[in-house]
Design a protein around this ligand. Structure first.
Ligand code: ADE
Ligand code: ZN
Ligand code: ZN
Length: 312
């Protein structure tokens, strides 16, 4: 969103609220926090919110894996062995985890009763007339607090084994979601899930176009896509920035006219159209480069977070 729409005071306030929340978190015992995470995890159930397709999430992990330092990679490999047999059999056809499974696990567990609730953790919404992303919208749990929580758990030396692996898998998925622009979007249309569009054979709503069809339409294999993404990473300067900044980038991309999601007016960001509409004929040509960059950024930044949380 344009900088002028972002109130710096509000930004500071929301960051402070977030910091206070983290401080409160820090002051409790690890066991309590783990219970809190699990309890929040069973509070809500919403449909939709799939995030990047399985391919998009696997690619996020593919990019991250290349940028991990070797000690962190080793730690992750030993954590991966703590996956309970029950989940291995139920979710991974009895096979041991491979690295990219870390990024898709959070979607695979969604039908399981113990994880049913975390649907609202896959995204954050902001107001059509405010256009700032902040933690106020996150009181019941959203992607920002999910990332804070799982990053915190991951960095704790006392948190080990299966609990730590779950934090790692949640975080790896959330960072991918945070970079999908329509996961930082408006609530009234469920982040574009209710926005009916034409232009892609396999996607009938705008959210699905961004989750799936932009990637699918390239008709490239995962190996080919990975090569393109790693190429894109070459142009990134640093993995630095804050979670709020990365969320704000997504919001800006979501409301950009190129996305055909909102019409910016003095009254705020109105729906692009009130009925089903046809996406521009060059939608793919204009938007795939954006999606590609976001997946690459997500993977690269995930590696930065993992290196920092698990590094020596
Ligand atoms: N998926 C489901 N609901 C959503 C929402 N409100 N915002 C973004 N993604 C969603
Ligand atoms: Zn998700
Ligand atoms: Zn989605």
């Amino acid at each position: 969103m344009p900088e002028s729409l972002v109130d710096p005071a509000m930004k500071t306030q929301t960051v402070l609220i977030a910091n206070a929340a983290v401080r409160r978190l820090l002051s409790r015992s690890i066991a309590k926090k783990v219970r809190w995470v699990l309890a929040l995890g069973v509070m809500t159930w919403l449909p939709f919110a799939n995030a990047w397709s399985e391919m998009g999430h696997r690619l996020t992990c593919d990019v991250a894996e290349v940028h991990l330092v070797s000690s962190v990679k080793k730690k992750i490999q030993s954590l991966m062995e703590t996956l309970p047999d029950e989940q291995r059999n139920q979710l991974f056809e009895g096979e041991a985890l491979e690295f990219s499974d870390l990024c898709v696990w959070a979607d695979k567990v969604r039908p399981l009763p113990a994880y049913r609730s975390v649907s609202s953790w896959h995204y954050i919404n902001f107001d059509r007339d405010q256009l700032t992303v902040d933690y106020d919208r996150c009181v019941a749990g959203c992607i920002l607090t999910a990332i804070q929580t799982h990053l915190y758990l991951l960095a704790q030396p006392e948190v080990e084994g299966w609990t730590k692996l779950q934090a790692l898998m949640f975080l790896s998925h959330w960072i991918g979601d945070l970079h999908q622009p329509l996961h930082v979007s408006f609530a009234d249309d469920l982040g574009g899930n209710r926005v009916k569009v034409k232009g892609y054979e396999n996607c009938s709503n705008l959210h699905g176009v961004w989750d799936d069809c932009l990637i699918e339409e390239t008709q490239l294999s995962r190996v080919e896509l990975k090569a393109q993404l790693l190429n894109a990473v070459g142009s990134f300067s640093q993995s630095s920035g804050s979670i709020l900044k990365w969320a704000t980038e997504s919001a800006e991309l979501a409301i950009h006219p190129r996305t055909q999601y909102c019409r910016q007016t003095e009254a705020g960001c109105l729906p692009w159209a009130t009925r089903i509409y046809v996406l521009d004929s060059d939608y793919q040509a204009k938007n795939w480069p954006v999606a590609k960059e976001r997946i690459a950024q997500g993977g690269y930044r995930l590696a930065g977070l993992l290196n920092a949380a698990l590094g020596p």
